[in-house]
Design a protein around this ligand. Structure first.
Ligand code: FES
Length: 158
């Protein structure tokens, strides 16, 4: 419909879409790396997003795109240790296809298993990646709670 093509941050079909806050986020994205990511793909408006910096000083950014109640796409960027990008990418790959609520059950162990070769002293990289994923989902759900729960109920949960 015409209404659904409007800009994000406006009322659409009675639902307030999130304001991605792109200026603030874009500032924090400077210098982050996303080797597998076409920048134009990363910079489209997201349904939820987060940029977090861990106590290690590394930064991870993630954007989520929801379609038919599921995480249809996720784009990531990171700046940090050798494991920061692989952990964040693994978190995104694990979440793809799940509902946002299902993706909140993803934990650091699952991400670490997916990466497969994280030394014990870098386990916190998987934890930071999970925090980034959950923060982006939290951003989505805080702005669109009714839609998030309705989509979860409507999704074919098999
Ligand atoms: Fe910070 Fe790896 S040491 S993410």
């Amino acid at each position: 419909s015409q209404a659904s093509k409007g800009p994000r941050g406006k009322q659409q079909n009675g639902v307030t879409r999130p304001r991605p806050g792109q200026d603030r986020v874009a500032e924090r994205l400077d210098g982050l790396e996303g080797p597998s990511i076409d920048p134009s793909r990363y910079h489209r408006p997201a349904d939820g997003e987060a940029v977090i910096t861990g106590t290690c000083g590394d930064t991870m950014a993630i954007r989520i795109y929801v379609q038919n109640g599921r995480l249809a796409d996720l784009t990531v960027k990171s700046k940090g240790c050798a494991y920061s990008f692989s952990c964040l990418q693994a978190a995104a790959d694990t979440a793809r296809g799940l509902t946002p609520l299902q993706a909140l059950d993803i934990d650091a162990d699952r991400v670490a298993r997916r990466v497969g070769h994280i030394p014990e002293d870098h386990r916190h990289c998987a934890t930071l990646a999970v925090h980034a994923l959950h923060a982006a989902i939290d951003h989505y759900m805080r702005h669109r709670p009714a839609e998030a729960f309705q989509e979860h109920q409507n999704a074919d949960l098999t």
